[in-house]
Design a protein around this ligand. Structure first.
Ligand code: ATP
Length: 310
């Protein structure tokens, strides 16, 4: 069914795939980002986040499948000023102030936001008269964010926007992003940091080996990874049979201790008791980190068994 432009989602990837040589960097990904959502692409190094973002921005063409932004091609959406993004290697013009940089850039857009509004949204009002080439890393990042939103885009796509920033600079950066999102806009960002995704996104899309392995808010991800962790000391008995216990979704062994993510903690504990394996028993809700490890190791195990079967 064709969607009218006004109903089209902010981002739509339909079976999008991109390989580099024989490596599928993005492997038949279906993803819809609704207007007004803030979505984190979360994954380890090399999981395909930047390639997915490159597809969304039209920097890379998919080998197969489709990519659209507001129902248009990425190139059309960018040309219409509907999409903002931060340039990686954008150096400020020397000896100009923050305000001058923003005012200069605003002339290149058909209907830019007013300069004071951009300064406010990016948290740069106090720094407006500072030299742009002398800003700290965090401040310079907010200036690049200001330049991304000056054309008043409805969608901003950010690839690891806070990488390398300290905690204070991150907080200031996210405050600026929330200000922009609070106007009803859509944000897609990539990150390695679970906490950053949980704290700043309505929805977390977990990528691994170019695929989406989970999609939901932090609570939903915790639940899909089992909901509860049962941990016991192995006391030298080995981990044999633990994955087959009732409710168990994944097993992680750290030194001589097993951590079992489970959907049915009672049944798992009873089964462990029958095996006389409840030394150092601990039962706790799954943390987001446990969930992430369980979700990504699940795909790892499937890929490993598929390659062993070949
Ligand atoms: N231009 C390229 N040529 C060859 N391989 C590439 C290219 N770009 C990405 N890759 C490979 O594709 C896979 C996915 O890379 P991608 O950069 O999308 O991952 P990522 O999740 O963004 O990683 P990171 O968090 O480290 O930035 C990796 O194995 C990477 O080495």
């Amino acid at each position: 069914m064709t969607q009218t432009p006004s109903a089209a989602p902010a981002v739509n990837l339909g079976g999008a795939a991109k390989s580099f040589g024989s490596l599928p960097a993005v492997d038949c990904v279906d993803l819809t980002v609704r207007r007004g959502e803030t979505v984190a692409l979360l994954g380890r190094h090399g999981s395909g986040k930047s390639t997915a973002i490159g597809l969304m921005l039209g920097l890379t063409a998919p080998d197969s499948g489709g990519v659209s932004l507001f129902g248009d091609s990425p190139a059309q959406a960018v040309a219409l000023g509907r999409v903002g993004f931060m340039l990686d290697n954008c150096r400020p013009i020397p000896r100009t102030t923050v305000r001058e940089q923003i005012a200069f850039a605003s002339h290149t857009f058909p209907s830019p936001l007013a300069v004071p509004e951009v300064l406010r949204l990016a948290g740069l009002t106090e720094l407006a008269d500072r030299r742009a080439d002398l800003l700290s890393d965090g401040e310079a990042r907010r200036l690049r964010f200001a330049l991304a939103l000056i054309g008043d885009p409805e969608l901003i796509i950010l690839d690891e926007p806070t990488a390398g920033l300290d905690a204070k600079a991150r907080t200031a950066f996210w405050a600026a992003v929330h200000g922009y999102a609070g106007r009803g806009n859509t944000v897609v960002f990539s990150t390695h940091y679970l906490e950053e995704a949980d704290d700043n996104a309505d929805r977390i899309v977990v990528m691994d080996h170019g695929r989406i392995v989970a999609d939901g808010n932090g609570e939903e991800l915790r639940r899909s990874a089992g909901g509860t962790v049962v941990a016991v000391d192995l006391a030298g008995r080995g981990s044999h049979g633990l994955t087959e216990l009732p409710g168990v979704v994944s097993v992680e062994i750290r030194r001589d201790r097993a951590r079992l993510a489970t959907t049915d903690a009672d049944a798992t504990v009873v089964a462990l008791a029958r095996m006389d394996a409840i030394r150092g028993l601990e039962v706790a809700p799954v943390s987001l980190e446990d969930a992430f490890l369980a979700l990504t190791s699940r795909l790892e195990a499937t890929l490993l068994s598929a390659s062993l079967a070949r």
